[in-house]
Ligand binder design. Sequence first.
Ligand code: DGL
Length: 273
Amino acid sequence: MGLNKNTIKGQSSRPIGVFDSGLGGLSILKALKEKLPNERFVYYGDTAHLPYGDKSENTLKEYVSSIISFLDSQDCKLIVVACNSAATVIHKIEYLPYKENQIIEVISPIVQLVAEQKKYQKIGVIGTRKTIGSGLFDQKLSQLNSTLEIFTRATPLLAPMIEDGFVEDDVLLPIFRRYFKGFENCELLIPACTHYPIIYKQIEKYFNNGLKVLHTPKIIAEKVDQVLASQKLINPEKNYKVDSFYLSDITDNFLREAELFLGSDVEFSLVSL
Ligand code: DGL
């Protein structure tokens, strides 16, 4: 990752930038807001380019670079890459206006935690074609803990279905049957896409609650808290300025889903990059 600024972007009152291809990152944002109530957030959803999971590496690198530059222009002190697909390319981008310790992505903290735990041996990982195809989860997990048995599967239909509100049990059931073939003996499932928290309950129900689904947003929020604390960047006072939400394409459907998801009325502004 290229570095161009030697000083840590100081001032704890600055906002935290969070981005995803669409709705999914809001699951991370929600956990961040619970964990870090004094912080202000700038959210970018690249809805015009969704889904990210099917994009080529170069295209994804371009999208991610533009979004991070935009978040930099909003004076963000830290960037949270709230998208696994984007996280697979972040370290391959040559120039970014942030240092490595100012960018937190959603893959490394999860891999670290799963590799270190002792309770579960058979680990399932689901995600977009980009995330699963990158091989990052299986490679990193086996490097860190060679005793783990890892089962991975690309589940590309799930993110667009969630984005479109197709989340009922009976709609998901035939898709789960197909996607989870071979996962019967898994003890822990890593839902490696930030859209999936919306259907955690449906997945747990499908497995009759016999499979632990890792609740990833909380883990990421803990990590962000630690990183901010270690850099003395936690805002000591509540920031009463409202969070900002930007989208590269605004559709009625997205607004409806976002409202459902965040549980509150949020205004999105259009910013094409
Ligand atoms: N939420 C994104 C992720 O975590 C993916 C959704 C998409 O394909 O755009 O991978």
